[in-house]
Ligand binder design. Structure first.
Ligand SMILES: CC(C)(COP(=O)(O)OP(=O)(O)OC[C@H]1O[C@@H](n2cnc3c(N)ncnc32)[C@H](O)[C@@H]1OP(=O)(O)O)[C@@H](O)C(=O)NCCC(=O)NCCS
Length: 166
């Protein structure tokens, strides 16, 4: 990925030395349901199938996002923006980078899971054309919150083909 800039904010690939800064945001935004450092390390250890970006301003990381891309399906693994920098378009910019990468890899779809109570994120995804295809009950622990499954169809396939079989 080439580095892109939106104003003073730079979007670039995530590197191992970014993980501490990413974890600061992760813990603040996701609390008990945060990923661990080990999870980020293991994602970065799979560069063939993973595409992670950070949004940086000066030396500070203010957002991050990641895509997992297998041959027939890809998934938004995570996306987050520092609390006081939300609603500036940074999330949309990172999501655009992930979708561009999925298209570059000729993926038929991009899927994701989002908390049922996270209306802000669901609105963002819907704006990009993601459609709701199902719900996973009590997916997020320890809270027991449901996950909504959403799919962005990149090749005209019926998105319900990716719906969970209950
Ligand atoms: C979800 C999340 C990543 C979105 O990132 P973001 O940078 O706030 O998203 P954007 O700014 O691109 O868009 C969000 C809203 O801000 C609005 N917005 C965008 N640029 C704006 C600007 N310059 N001024 C004012 N509003 C703006 C957008 O229209 C959008 O509003 P809408 O959803 O009502 O249409 C962010 O809110 C976040 O980190 N939340 C906590 C973690 C989380 O829930 N992650 C998702 C897990 S699935």
């Amino acid at each position: 990925m080439s580095t892109t800039e939106t104003g003073a904010v730079t979007l670039r690939p995530m590197r191992w030395w970014d993980v501490d800064g990413v974890m600061d945001l992760e813990r603040d935004l996701f609390g008990d349901e945060s990923w661990t450092i080990a999870m980020f390390w293991s994602e970065l250890a799979e560069p063939e199938s993973r595409f992670y970006v950070v949004a940086q301003e000066g030396k500070e990381i203010i957002g991050y996002a990641g895509l997992c891309a297998y041959p027939e399906e890809s998934f938004v693994q995570t996306i987050a923006v520092k609390r006081d920098r939300q609603a500036e378009g940074i999330g949309a910019c990172m999501l655009t980078a992930l979708i561009d990468e999925a298209r570059r890899r000729d993926e038929p779809m991009v899927g994701l899971e989002v908390r049922a109570d996270n209306e802000t994120a669901q609105r963002l995804y819907a704006r990009f054309g993601f459609e709701q295809i199902g719900v996973r009950k009590a997916y997020y622990q320890p809270s027991g919150t449901d996950a909504v499954l959403m799919v962005l169809n990149l090749k005209g396939v019926d998105p319900l083909q990716w719906a969970p079989h209950e």
